[in-house]
Write a protein that binds this ligand. Structure first.
Ligand code: TEU
Ligand code: CA
Length: 531
């Protein structure tokens, strides 16, 4: 059997470093904290860690505004701490993926300080500067993803600079080849240190229309949505030329053995899959966020899996995501019963799953009082429910005062239930969601059918049930998921071989023999093993 790449077989676990473990009691998570919790990740059974940005930053967007790509922000530690962490990660057989933020820098990055110093500075063209419109206003109608215009006037030079996000996050000009070289050198800097790959922030944004045409209005916009939706992002992102840049990044990655390139892309399916690149020379894994936006029912999810499988280019490897640091948690979206079903879905689909820290202990809806709001997007567009703080709260490790995250008040509040909803407590409860996640990870590792096997949807009579088969060589499993609130019965395909339950989301049916008819309780999912 040919070797299957780790990023195909494995499970990625996303850590938001501010919120995982605080080792020096300043209320903010750090690299030494992550290092201290590696044994937990080994116990859970994941393969790779993706760390949200840890680089020097004024933290206007909590690290997605980088001021020095080659240094660790003192809040998180030092380069030495990073090297120690990486060594310990590798010692445990895990991989480490960094978050690369190439679309924009911080407004205090030395490149931008130079660029804004004068119109004839050598770095002027490293960013996107345009003259005002004839009326003195912004050069076009492009909006910031965080609300308001995407252009900020620099009084001294009389030109506007473009920022797809905060005004403290000026966009780099990726049409400038010197910018590309500088950024690829940064990739090499971290690859040389031994990192196993990158998740690339807003990769579909890197190239903009070179004529800077206005975006067309979005007929479906209403004022309860984020302002960015006022226009369709036709000219400000997802331009044909971006694929050259992605291929160049991939080239850099490919000069090192066994590294992975993951792209953050919020686009409809048919656009998303273009990021695999011509001849698969693009991203290994263009992040698939479809499960975040699809209505949570069996029919919609069945058709989305089908559509995704069809849309994938030949040889393109699938991947699935339930949540991240920008999205309401799965537990908050679908409730705690369905969150268990979601876990089984994520960990039995074909393709690489990414788990978001805290989902495995069932973190769900956490209200952030107005005076505690941190997220700049919530501050810019308050009251629309856009704030991302609720999914960024500290990991809950034990029942101590600050849940074992810190000894002082954390930067964001804990969930109300931290005395019971924590790793130490849930480990001791045999049927907890945490133990469900661990079992799912374990069976996925043991049965290649569940990770890399073929996927085939099964026709079932109940509209509330999603059923599919996973097959790899002689290894065959059927997954049956009840999205409904009622009991149901499902007829399984005819077979000669005996079958039994490998795992139920209720964790109480291991080894139960199954005849033709499988009975499921409300919200229950099961993996049935054949033979
Ligand atoms: O997110 C990009 C992005 O498009 C999100 O802002 C998304 O639009 C939003 O969360 C709703 O879906 C990336 C990072 O993940 C995010 O944390 C950063 O704020 C942003 O880029 C800017 O770097
Ligand atoms: Ca700290």
């Amino acid at each position: 059997m040919t070797e299957i790449a780790w990023w195909k077989r494995g499970i990625v676990y996303q850590i938001y470093p501010r919120s995982f473990q605080d080792s020096n009691n300043d209320g903010i998570g750090d690299l030494e904290g992550v290092r201290q919790r590696l044994d937990y990740l080994v116990w859970l059974g994941v393969d790779a860690i993706w760390l949200s940005p840890i680089f020097v930053s004024p933290m206007a967007d909590f690290g997605y505004d980088v001021a020095d790509y080659r240094a660790i922000d003192p809040i998180f530690g030092t380069l030495e701490d990073f090297d120690d962490l990486l060594a310990d990660v590798h010692k445990r057989g895990l991989k480490l993926i960094l978050d690369f933020v190439p679309n924009h820098t911080s407004v205090v990055h030395p490149w931008f300080l130079d660029s804004r110093a004068s119109r004839d500075n050598a770095k002027r063209d490293w960013y996107i500067w345009r003259d005002p419109a004839p009326d003195g206003g912004p050069p076009n109608n492009w909006l910031s993803n965080f609300g308001g215009p995407a252009w900020t006037l620099d009084g001294a030079s009389g030109q506007y600079y473009y920022h797809a996000f905060l005004s403290q996050q000026p966009d780099l000009n990726w049409r400038n080849l010197a910018v590309r070289d500088a950024m690829y050198d940064i990739l090499r800097f971290w690859l040389d240190r031994g990192v196993d790959g990158f998740r690339v922030d807003v990769i579909w944004h890197l190239i903009k229309d070179d004529a800077f045409r206005d975006n067309p209005p979005n007929p479906a916009y209403d004022s309860k949505q984020a302002e960015i939706n006022r226009y369709l992002q036709v000219h400000s992102a997802d331009q044909a030329d971006v694929h050259d840049v992605v291929a160049e990044m991939r080239n850099v990655i490919d000069t090192y053995p066994d590294r992975v390139l993951i792209g953050e892309i919020y686009l409809p399916l048919e656009r998303l899959v273009t990021y695999y690149g011509n001849g698969l020379a693009g991203a290994h894994l263009p992040f698939n966020f479809q499960l975040i936006h699809t209505a949570w029912n069996a029919r919609e999810i069945a058709s989305l899996i089908h559509d995704y499988e069809i849309a994938l280019p030949e040889g393109g490897w699938p991947n699935w995501v339930l949540g991240n640091h920008d999205q309401p948690r799965i537990g908050a979206r679908v409730g705690q019963d369905q969150a268990r079903l979601a876990a089984m879905l994520l960990l039995t689909l074909r393709g690489t799953p990414t788990l978001y820290y805290g989902d495995e202990i069932g973190l769900n809806k956490i209200e952030i009082a107005p005076e505690l709001v941190q997220d700049p997007w919530e501050k810019n567009e308050p009251g629309l429910g856009l704030g991302r703080d609720p999914e960024r709260t500290p990991m809950q490790w034990d029942s101590s005062h600050y849940a074992g995250f810190s000894k002082v008040e954390p930067w964001l509040p804990l969930g109300l239930s931290s005395s019971s909803c924590n790793v130490a407590a849930l480990r001791e409860i045999p049927r907890s969601i945490l133990n469900l996640y661990r079992r799912l990870v374990d069976v996925r590792r043991k049965h290649l059918a569940l990770s890399v096997g073929d996927y085939a949807q099964l026709a079932v009579s109940s509209a509330q049930v999603l059923a599919y088969e996973r097959e790899f060589g002689a290894d065959r499993h059927v997954v049956v998921l009840n999205f409904g609130h009622c009991d149901c019965e499902v007829a399984l395909p005819q077979t000669e071989s005996p079958r039994c339950i490998l795992l139920s989301t209720c964790l109480d049916r291991d080894g139960e023999p199954i005849g033709r008819i499988l009975k499921l309780r409300p919200h229950e999912g099961v993996i049935v093993a054949y033979g």
